[in-house]
Structure formats: structure tokens, C-alpha cells
Design a protein around this ligand. Structure first.
Ligand code: BG6
Length: 474
């Protein structure tokens, strides 16, 4: 097996980190619009929030983001110049339904995405659409507690119906939820969930996850009814958990972390709650309230393909270990002494991607696509006005080499790769601008000050060659 000729090379972004225009043309406030940068951010995204109002003394990165709202034509033309075959983007729910509970959609919001899809079509770029990427109408957070409530399923399906019908001629690849497992680690960011002091947090998170899982299955059903060509994927934050040592206690803890991580995909792909989860719920006193047909819904409408983000592997030590900790996507884990880390402390592990690809393929035997992978780094413009992001090229090149080996030597079925990120955008976890991931530099700082002009980085020209050569020139 080699990389297929129709491999979907491209890049990815999310609405809340990219678009800006947070209150334009009828858009309502969404959950991330009230999350400032700064030292309260982490508590807020984890659900320990006590106010939903906007404080004029703070900076809210989503409000301007990097102004894709006004610059989408310029940006998509740049994607096409790089040779993108696919562009993964997400829909801002509150552009379509400002509060989430309206009967009719906001035409201006629908038009915005239609314009984007038209641009993509012009350049033969396949859109891959995430229906919900860290994005919930704030009104529904306040009114019903967002995904805590089963009522969210209907609101979500109303959004899906509009999207599947309205964009039928443009979109065939859909992801139901971005990093669905993030609900366990950053519940407000992932699902608009907040807690009170007396709450049983795990009970709330898993019940909300159940609502999302049912919504995902019903969206899969609906997508096929509206257009049999639609292909629906789940999306989770991947990255194998390694035992810190061969002490069976470490191996056991790593196994538990992997199970926790695969839990969502086990349901979305295999169609039922796995036994290990049912047992864990029993031990922890978690009761999932289900309706009569729920089990049937989950089993009847599994996803067509598996998508995931991969930034780093994880290293798990047992409770008594004195292993040092390091940061990473999702959560901090033991520091792997064999790996270097990024400027933000995230381990860099290309072989880990090959391991993850094998693990996921062995487990589900379904086509896969990597929809996020990249390096967050500080970039500087040199005296000649150039951005030499050789560290990013190195990171991406090493990871793409690992992908090739997984396809060519191990036989995994991978049909695409959309790097994070197509263009510089604001960071989800920190809200910083200086944590840059893109091939295209955006001239703006952490406070949203700058021209917002676009500049091609060295990685832009490098990725163009990678795509042109279908991964031969790395
Ligand atoms: C993933 C998210 O968790 O990682 C993205 O899907 C996010 O939205 C990306 O931007 C990188 O994380 P961060 O926190 O560095 O932006």
C-alpha cells in the first residue's frame, strides 16, 4: 500500500479560533465568546465559571480571532496555492441559530458558509465540516445547562438538518463533534458545562456525553437520509498512553487511560457501551439515564470513518510514582524521558503517531483521517521579512514520515491529513496568538493588535511541495 492518489491533503481550523466577527450579521454569543485570555481561562474552560457576562477590562480572543470572517477569499486562495485538496472547518452554531432555539435560521449566517463552500468548490477543495467544535450557543448554556440537558439533542439536530439540506451540493464529509473526549477534561470549552460545588462532576460529564453520543448517531442517520453520499466521522483527541515503566502498576494505569480515551469511539464506531465502562460506572456510582431506544440508536447508526487529532503521546505512571509531569493536549502526564517537548511542554513523538494509527486501526478497522496535527511555536519575522519556521517543517515532516510508514509498512487505511492549522489562529487552551500553528502568518498579537495581514511562512512553500509530490518530498 502507498499513499492513495486521492489522499486528502489539507489544513484545518475552527470557527471560534479563526473567524472573529463574533457579533456580526445576527450572530449570537457562543460559549467561547465569554472566555477571556489570562489567568482565569483555565478554570473557566474546565467549568468552574461563575459569570457569563463580558468584562470590558478583559480580552476575549474569539471576538476578533484572526478575521477570517472578512478575509476568507484571500485565505482560501492561499490554501489553493498550497495545493490543498481538503479544508477542515467548523460551523459557528450561533451564526445559524443565534440563541439555538429559533425556529428559523439566520440567513446571513447560512450565506457566510455558502460563500466559503463556493470558494472551496472554485479551487476544487473538499470541505470537511465539523458541526460542533468547542461551540455551544450561550443562551442554551444559561437556559438548560447545554449538553447536561437531553433537550440539546433536538437543538443540535435542528442545526444538522439545516446544514445537511442547505449545503448538500457542497459538503459530503462531516464530523459530529470535535474531540468528543475533551468533555472529560475541559467540559465548558467542549460542551458548555459548568459545575456547582456540590456536583458529582463525573456523573454530569458522562450523562452529557451520552446526550452527545445519541445526537451523533441520530445526525449520522439524518445525514444519510438527506444525502446517501454523506460520510460521517467521529473525532477524538488521540495519542496513545504509554506506561511510564514496565511496572505492571504503570501498565495497568496506562490501560485505564487508554480505555477512558477510546470510550467515546468504542460507542460511536462499535455501537455500544463497552463492558469496562459499564463496570467503571458501577464502581463510581454513575448512572446514565437512557431512553428506551437509546441502545438501538447507538447500535444502528455507527460512524463511517474515524478521525482524530494527534499532537503527542502520553506517559502514565501509577499514583505512588514520583515521575515529573509535563503538559500536553487534553491533560498533563508523566514526562517521558525519551522525548523532547515543544515550547509549551507538549511531547514531540512522531513514532507515537505511527503507534496511534496502528492502535486505532486495529481497534476499529475503519477508514481513518488525521484532522489535526501540528506544532504550536513562537514565530518571528526576520530582517528580510521572512518567517523561517524550520522547527515546524521538522515536526510535520517527521510526523508525515511516520504516517507513510503506517500506511506502507503496516497497512493502515488512511485517506487524509489536515494539518493544524491551515493559518495562524488563536490557541484554544491559552487564547494566545503567539502559540502559532499555521503555514500562513497573521500579523497580530496576544491582545488582538496588528494589521492582520497574511504572510507565507517557509512551511507554506514546503507543504506545497509535499502535496504536489503526494508525500514523496518531505
Ligand atoms: C485541539 C483542538 O485540542 O488542539 C484545537 O481541537 C486546538 O481547537 C488544538 O487549537 C491545539 O491546542 P491549543 O490549545 O494549542 O490551541
Amino acid at each position: 500500500m502507498t499513499i492513495r492518489n486521492d489522499f486528502l491533503w489539507g489544513g484545518a481550523t475552527s470557527a471560534n479560533q479563526y473567524e472573529g466577527g463574533y457579533n456580526l450579521d445576527g450572530k449570537g454569543l457562543s460559549s467561547m465568546d465569554i472566555v477571556p485570555s489570562g489567568n482565569t481561562r483555565s478554570d473557566i474552560i474546565q467549568g468552574y465559571l461563575n459569570s457569563f457576562s463580558i468584562d470590558n477590562h478583559l480580552y476575549y480572543p474569539t471576538h476578533k480571532a484572526v478575521d477570517f470572517y472578512h478575509r476568507y477569499q484571500e485565505d482560501i486562495a492561499l490554501f489553493s496555492e498550497m495545493g490543498f485538496k481538503a479544508y477542515r472547518l467548523s460551523i459557528s452554531w450561533t451564526r445559524i441559530f443565534p440563541n439555538g432555539d429559533e425556529l428559523k435560521p439566520n440567513e446571513a449566517g447560512l450565506k457566510f458558509y455558502e460563500n466559503i463552500f463556493k470558494e472551496c468548490k472554485k479551487f476544487n477543495i473538499q470541505p470537511i465540516v465539523t458541526i460542533s467544535h468547542f461551540d455551544v450557543p450561550l443562551y442554551l448554556v444559561k437556559k438548560i445547562g447545554a449538553w447536561k440537558s437531553r433537550k440539546m439533542i433536538d437543538y443540535y439536530l435542528k442545526l444538522c438538518k439545516i446544514l445537511f439540506e442547505y449545503y448538500k451540493e457542497y459538503v459530503e464529509y462531516w464530523l459530529t463533534f470535535n474531540e468528543i473526549n475533551m468533555i472529560l477534561h475541559a467540559p465548558f470549552m467542549a460542551a458548555g458545562i459548568t459545575f456547582n460545588a456540590e456536583d458529582n462532576e463525573e456523573q454530569i460529564k458522562y450523562q452529557a456525553a451520552h446526550h452527545e453520543l445519541i445526537a451523533s448517531s441520530l445526525a449520522t442517520k439524518m445525514a444519510k437520509e438527506i444525502n446517501p453520499n454523506n460520510k460521517i466521522g467521529c473525532m477524538f483527541a488521540a495519542g496513545s498512553a504509554y506506561p511510564y515503566s514496565c511496572d505492571p502498576k504503570d501498565v495497568w494505569e496506562a490501560l485505564k487511560v487508554n480505555q477512558e480515551n477510546y470510550f467515546f469511539v468504542d460507542i460511536q464506531s462499535r455501537g455500544k457501551y463497552p463492558n469496562y465502562a459499564l463496570k467503571t460506572f458501577q464502581h463510581k456510582g454513575i448512572t446514565i439515564v437512557m431512553e428506551e431506544n437509546d441502545e438501538q440508536i447507538l447500535s444502528k447508526y455507527p460512524v463511517d470513518f474515524i478521525s482524530f487529532s494527534y499532537y503527542n503521546s502520553r506517559c502514565i505512571a501509577n499514583k505512588n510514582s514520583d515521575a515529573e509531569l509535563t503538559d500536553g493536549n487534553l491533560f498533563a502526564t508523566a514526562k517521558n524521558p525519551y522525548l523532547k517537548t515543544s515550547e509549551w511542554g507538549w511531547p514531540i513523538d512522531p513514532l507515537g503517531l505511527r503507534i496511534t494509527l496502528n492502535e486505532v486501526y486495529d481497534r476499529y478497522q475503519k477508514p481513518m483521517i488525521i484532522v489535526e496535527n501540528g506544532l504550536g511555536a513562537v514565530d518571528t519575522i526576520n530582517d528580510n521579512g521572512k518567517i523561517k519556521d524550520t522547527y515546524r517543517i521538522q515536526y510535520l515532516s517527521d510526523h508525515i514520515k511516520a504516517i507513510k510508514l503506517a500506511i506502507e509498512e503496516d497497512g493502515v487505511d488512511l485517506f487524509g491529513y489536515t494539518a493544524w492549522a491551515a493559518c495562524d489562529i488563536i490557541s484554544a487552551s491559552s487564547g494566545e496568538m503567539k502559540k502559532r500553528y499555521g503555514f500562513i502568518y497573521v500579523e497580530a498579537d496576544d491582545n488582538g493588535i496588528g494589521t492582520f495581514n497574511r504572510l507565507k511562512k517557509e512551511s507554506f512553500y514546503w507543504y506545497k511541495k509535499v502535496i504536489q509530490s503526494n508525500g514523496e518530498i518531505l
